[in-house]
Design a binder for this molecule. Structure first.
Ligand SMILES: *Cc1c(COP(=O)(O)O)cnc(C)c1O
Length: 397
């Protein structure tokens, strides 16, 4: 059994704060502070540019990718780190389209994260030639997979509601129709069991600053199924994805396998922070994490529904259809969330009316859930959110 008291002790959690926003930005793993400081001093400070060889900076995106692979059911050597999720979605989409050259449609759903859709829009505009992005309601996705679809672009867990798509089922449906699949794992990696190889997924990408706790600006990862890795065209052909970066050839030749998805210089210090953050997972099984997440989520839903009749559950009630977050709707959601944050319970708000709470068993337990429920209940019962200062929108909500 995973020891969640042990994992909690590995995080710095500010005094007096209940953090229910690890689905947006994970907290600081204690180990990361020391590791980054050491890398700055011993590697950057002392080794200077020789650290690219001596400290293994050049291989770091693949080394870390292999550690992520373990958490998402990916084959060793199929994952590489770099850039942001938006960029990796672009690369995966472009590569997937090129594998299905007779078709023109990218199929996604209206619940997808806007940046993924914007990336697809930009790509189809750039390609011209009849390419289009088609979006349907999340429930209509499976029925919309037909012989015109080149690529499905699906985020497994809806960022707003936590609704979870069935990866195996939709991947099978896409393949049956001759489509290539791209999955976004932003709210999946580190949140629930993912089995990319078992589901026969073609491409996937995810970020690490949410449930994997790499810190603000932590790099994304991209997965390319080994069967495509030697054919996939990365679209963004950068020198570190070249077969021989230090030959400085005038023309691009793709690197071996997933290495070709690298673009430019990796964010070494962020990757060091991520390596330390991944140490937390050494003795964690994702199945234990999932069981604990469901237990805490049910407790939170039951508590909030009992204490706050005005809040409407926006997440699926069935745990199997939900990621590792719980969302509620209220027309004054923004002000309510500000009032909660003022009382030390940090969640976030997603327009137009969603209060979002990340359930992260690595450092959240029943005591935090119960206190959060109590405080939310007090705020709702007393109308304590109804103050002008709680209605003023900040740039980041
Ligand atoms: C959080 C999130 C992103 C963020 O992309 P970045 O480029 O890392 O800022 C993209 N897609 C999805 C599905 C997300 O949930």
């Amino acid at each position: 059994m995973t020891d969640f008291d042990a994992t909690r002790a590995m995080f710095h959690l500010p005094e007096g704060v209940i953090y229910l926003d690890g689905n947006s930005l994970g907290p600081l793993p204690r180990g990361a502070e020391a590791r980054v400081a050491k890398a700055m001093r011993d590697e950057w400070g002392e080794m200077l540019i020789t650290a690219w060889n001596k400290a293994g900076w050049m291989e770091q995106p693949r080394r870390v990718g292999d550690r992520i692979a373990r958490l998402i059911g990916a084959e060793p050597g199929s994952v590489v780190m770099g850039d942001t999720l938006s960029i990796k979605v672009f690369q995966a989409l472009a590569a997937a389209l090129a594998l299905n050259p007779d078709r023109r449609v990218i199929l996604s759903d209206t619940g997808n994260f806007p940046s993924d859709l914007y990336m697809a829009e930009g790509l189809v505009q750039m390609l011209g030639d009849g390419y289009e992005l088609r979006t349907v309601a999340p429930e209509a996705l499976e029925g919309a997979i037909d012989a015109s679809v080149a690529v499905t672009l699906i985020t497994e867990v809806d960022y707003a509601t936590g609704r979870k798509h069935d990866m195996k089922r939709l991947t099978d449906a896409a393949h049956a129709a001759g489509a290539v699949t791209v999955w976004a794992l932003a709210h999946s990696a580190g949140a629930l069991p993912v089995d990319l190889a078992g589901c026969n997924v073609d491409f996937a990408a995810g970020c690490t600053y949410k449930f994997l706790n790499s810190g603000p600006g932590g790099p994304a990862f991209i997965y390319v199924a080994p069967r495509h890795a030697e054919r996939a065209r990365p679209a963004l052909a950068g020198w570190l994805g070249h077969a021989a970066p230090f030959d400085f050839e005038p023309s691009y030749r793709p690197g071996a396998g997933v290495e070709r998805m690298r673009v430019g210089t990796p964010p070494v210090l962020q990757l060091v922070a991520l390596e330390a953050a991944l140490d937390v997972w050494e003795d964690v099984t994702v199945d234990d994490l999932r069981a604990r997440s469901l237990e805490l989520s049910e407790r939170f839903i039951a508590g909030v529904e009992a204490a706050c009749p005005d809040l409407a559950l926006a997440s699926p009630r069935d745990g199997a259809a939900r990621g590792s977050q719980v969302s509620f709707r209220h027309p004054e959601g923004y002000a309510i969330m500000q009032a909660l944050i003022a009382r030390g319970v940090i969640g976030d708000f997603r327009a137009p009316d969603i209060l979002r709470f990340g359930i992260t068993p690595l450092y959240i337990g029943t005591a935090e859930i119960d206190t959060a429920v109590r405080i939310l209940g007090e705020i709702m019962a007393g109308g304590l959110w109804d103050r002008p200062e709680y209605r003023t929108r900040a740039a980041v909500t």
